[in-house]
Write a protein that binds this ligand. Structure first.
Ligand SMILES: [Mn+2]
Length: 274
């Protein structure tokens, strides 16, 4: 993948992409019978290329759960492919906690832009990319059944309607509900919630009682999310109500078997794409 082509693509398309993303509410509603759901990539462009080859986006609706950048070797290439999937096939690109200046200066994306595009173009493209991130949708409801989000449930029993009205753009994000949707993790060890010691201030682990409340009040069946590294590439929590998908073996995740979730005519399977 030629880095100059990617630079030109970004220069030509970022304004249009910003316009497109700014029209979306934080909660999307999606209906499709054949769907590919991709978890964290973190710059693992090779896994994304394998997924595209095996599940052609002309036949499959793509939903990506965020964390395209930071950590891996090919963050720019991964984001570029995701943006092309959006422009050419209307892939759903949800925002992860790494689509934010809060992480990009520290975990690699900003430095990769400077290194591959040069200091001037790298810095000015980052300015536009962080604006783009601030407009990405936060969550989606798929087929009136699945709630899709990068991190997890916030602790204060939010409704679907209130998620749909969260403020956008939100660069950090600084809204605490948005922040928790991008950062929280499920736990089988708590009933309601506790501070998330691993991730730090403002983040929580949410228990099965919150999942039950949310799913029953919204009429949904399952939460599908990314965010958490698991060596086997997926895991279940809350008695099969919360599915975590992890799709990267970049950088620190080289021992992972990346997986995706595939929905084909209402049946859900978890597929090894390593
Ligand atoms: Mn994450």
């Amino acid at each position: 993948m030629d880095i100059l082509t990617i630079k030109e693509f970004l220069k030509e398309n970022l304004d249009k992409l910003y316009g497109d993303f700014s029209t979306y509410e934080p909660l999307l509603r999606v209906s499709a019978s054949k769907v590919v759901i991709i978890g964290d990539l973190h710059g693992d462009v090779n896994t994304l290329l394998r997924i595209i080859e095996r599940f052609p986006p002309s036949n499959w609706a793509y939903i990506m759960l965020g964390d395209y950048v930071d950590r891996g070797e090919h963050q720019i290439e991964t984001l570029y492919l995701a943006l092309r999937l959006f422009l050419e096939y209307r892939a759903v690109l949800l925002r992860g906690n790494h689509e934010s200046p809060l992480t990009n200066y520290e975990y690699g994306f900003y430095m990769e832009l400077l290194r591959k595009f040069g200091p001037y173009d790298g810095d000015s493209l980052y300015d536009k990319l962080k604006d783009l991130f601030s407009q990405m949708p936060i969550s989606a409801i798929l087929n009136d059944k699945y709630f899709l989000v990068h991190g997890g449930l916030p602790i204060n029993n939010v409704s679907i309607d209130s998620i749909a009205k969260l403020p956008k753009p939100d660069e950090v994000p600084s809204n605490e509900v948005t922040f928790q949707l991008l950062w929280n993790d499920p736990s089988d060890d708590v009933k309601y919630y506790e501070p998330n010691i691993v991730r730090g201030p403002g983040t929580y682990v949410f228990g099965s009682a919150l999942t039950e409340n949310f799913l029953s009040s919204s009429g949904l069946k399952m939460i599908i999310r990314g965010h958490e590294y698991t060596p086997q590439g997926y895991k279940w929590n809350h008695g099969g109500k919360v599915l975590t998908i992890f799709s990267s073996r970049a950088g620190p995740y080289s021992g992972t078997k990346p997986h995706i979730a595939v929905i084909n005519n209402d049946s859900l399977s978890i597929i090894d794409v390593s």
